[in-house]
Ligand binder design. Structure first.
Ligand SMILES: [Zn+2]
Ligand SMILES: [Zn+2]
Length: 359
């Protein structure tokens, strides 16, 4: 006779791989019989925090989309973009949503990885490889209402991660809508992310409006690190359409703690905010209004105001609420963004720019 012994651990949380997937599939079947616990969408406007780079078991991640939705909801994320390598099959798994999922794909080529946000279906990147140009597919990306994000552009490449660094021949940066300036954990990928930040600033100095986002690029659930950037988007509603609209406008900042409000004001009381453009007469005086809430860290925060890629002003503070009112006289076209650093000089927050056009 053969004795079979089965051990059941009811306290078990997430375990990578098939077992966890089966567990959550069973839970999922039960959910179909119940009302949803959470409503994924919300009609009122606000800042919504998300992650723009997540893998599931539909490519090389360990977990189902359902597990990711449950886990990332628990981490306080309002939304995430599902970016499996070269497939959007995971979108079909989105039977029931605890958190807002935006469909996407990460196209992995030998010359770099790019993410399409708000994208479902295939893309013929083999022909792209042969032509070495993006022009052919850029039209289709725009037509479908998707945005193109260059993923981890300064990631380590051969022999550790073949094709992971962005080195696409003849790539016209005007095609890129977004750049992942905060890849993974800032402290662990600091050298890479600082290089990316410089690359982004160079594009801004060339007059290109490329929006900065973060992506954890997680393949496993634990640990979801404290210094993964969370990208906040100002949206009219917590819906796929709302997030995409806010994202396109660049009403976006990235943080792993501090909440940031950054606006410009003219002497005629005109206000502009992140992603916006202000047209003024040359030699106009402007005020730069900075409001930061730093309740979580309670440690010294170094605040840098960057103008055209250079530090224009800086300030150190231990306060939970920081209010700064700086001024400048505009003499030519310029852009400003804010960068927050902790005591170890790691970036803990950065905004997208505000642009000034000077006549
Ligand atoms: Zn990648
Ligand atoms: Zn990835």
């Amino acid at each position: 006779m053969v004795k079979l012994s089965i051990e059941v651990n009811l306290n078990q949380k997430f375990t990578p791989g098939i077992k966890a997937t089966e567990k959550y599939r069973a839970e999922l079947r039960d959910f179909h019989k119940k009302e949803p616990l959470f409503k994924e969408e919300r009609e009122s406007p606000g800042w919504f925090g998300g992650d723009f780079h997540i893998h599931s078991h539909h490519s090389d991640g360990d977990h189902s989309v359902y597990e990711l939705m449950t886990y990332l909801h628990g981490k306080g994320l309002d939304f995430f973009v599902l970016t499996d390598h070269n497939t959007t099959l995971g979108w079909k798994e989105k039977y029931f949503s605890k958190t807002l999922v935006i469909p996407g794909i990460e196209i992995s080529t030998f010359f770099g990885h790019f993410v399409l946000i708000n994208w479902i279906g295939d893309i013929n990147w083999f022909s792209l490889e042969r032509k070495s140009t993006f022009e052919d597919i850029a039209v289709e990306i725009k037509r479908k209402g998707a945005l193109l994000s260059v993923a981890h552009p300064e990631c380590i490449s051969d022999p550790i991660c073949t094709g992971c660094r962005w080195n696409y021949p003849n790539f016209c940066w005007g095609i890129a809508d977004i750049m992942e300036v905060w890849a993974g954990s800032w402290s662990e990928r600091r050298a890479e992310n600082i290089k990316t930040l410089k690359r982004w600033e160079n594009l801004l100095n060339q007059g290109l409006k490329v929006i900065a986002v973060s992506g954890s690029d997680i393949h496993q659930l634990e640990p979801y690190k404290k210094d993964y950037g969370r990208t906040y988007v100002w949206a009219k509603s917590k819906t796929r359409e709302g997030i995409m609209e806010g994202l396109k406008k660049g009403k976006v900042y990235i943080t792993c703690g501090p909440k940031i409000n950054f606006q410009l004001m003219t002497d005629k009381d005109v206000f502009v905010s992140l992603g916006e453009e202000l047209e003024v007469d040359c030699n106009t005086s402007i005020e730069l209004l900075i409001n930061i809430e730093n309740k979580k860290n309670k440690k010294k925060l170094h605040i840098e105001l960057i103008k055209n890629g250079l530090v224009y002003n800086s300030y150190d503070s231990f306060l939970e609420h920081i209010e700064l009112d700086w001024s400048d006289k505009v003499t030519k076209n310029c852009w400003y963004y804010l960068r927050l650093l902790d005591e170890k000089k790691c970036i803990v927050g950065l905004t997208n720019p505000i642009f000034i056009i000077c006549h």
